[in-house]
Design a protein around this ligand. Structure first.
Ligand code: 6GU
Length: 226
């Protein structure tokens, strides 16, 4: 999978792409993450990428010119036709199911905004898929793009050690994960549930399923309604 990230802060994306599990996936060439600075496509000596909103109002708006040029430039860097994704709080909320869908793509182009938002003709002219990472406001799209890439790249076959770690985790079956324990068996008076210690695998499976349902009922009842 190739992911191009159009951003005003390529150093943030490069650090992310070089670190931890994502860094390992890039080194193993399971995924390629390429950050491109939108400012390189500015048209003036000040390297401006934003301007005052028509009609007035606070803040600045990302301009069409540099964004269209940047999208067209990175699109041409590879033969595969990319899905263009704009990170914006106005988008469809990222879910595990969307991450699963995107993990099947050969190529993504992620467009990160800053300031008060994008000139709306970027939506009109480029028809990006718009994705949000939750109902709160960030200062820019980079952190959201990293959230999306993290959720997607870990689902690419070979990135995680075992496929089980993505099929048993929270959300993969619509439920939260059951409680986990490791050694020691007793810590500050708190013990590990007996069922996990006696090697009865059917009983362990049953207990874990019950715990998953119980946790989901108390913490995220919204996940059970449908
Ligand atoms: Cl994708 N961008 C920004 N700026 N804020 C957000 C977001 C994205 N998703 C949630 N909040």
């Amino acid at each position: 999978m190739r992911i191009d990230v159009l951003t005003l802060f390529p150093e943030l994306i490069d650090a992310f792409a070089g670190t931890s599990i994502i860094g390992r996936a890039c080194a193993a060439e399971l995924v390629r993450i390429v950050a491109t600075d939108i400012r390189d496509f500015a048209r003036d000596n000040h390297r401006s990428v934003d301007d005052k909103p028509f009609g007035g109002g606070p803040g600045m708006v990302m301009s069409c010119g540099p964004v269209f040029d940047a999208v067209e430039h990175v699109t041409a860097l590879d033969d595969a036709k990319p899905s263009l994704i704009m990170l914006t709080p106005q988008g469809q909320t990222l879910t595990q199911s969307l991450a699963n869908e995107l993990s099947g793509c050969d190529r993504l182009v992620l467009l990160c905004g800053h300031y008060e938002g994008f000139d709306d003709r970027i939506r009109e002219g480029l028809s990006p898929r718009e994705v949000s990472v939750g109902d709160y406001v960030l200062t820019g799209g980079e952190v959201a793009a990293m959230v999306l890439m993290d959720a997607v790249v870990r689902l690419v076959p070979g990135v995680l050690g075992s496929d089980q770690s993505t099929t048993e985790e929270s959300f993969s079956d619509g439920l939260l994960e059951y409680p986990q324990y490791t050694r020691p068996r007793e810590f500050r008076g708190m013990t590990v549930p007996d069922v996990l210690l006696n090697g009865d695998h059917a009983a362990i499976l049953r207990w874990r399923q019950e715990q998953s349902v119980e946790r989901t009922k108390t913490r995220r009842p919204d996940l059970l309604r449908d």
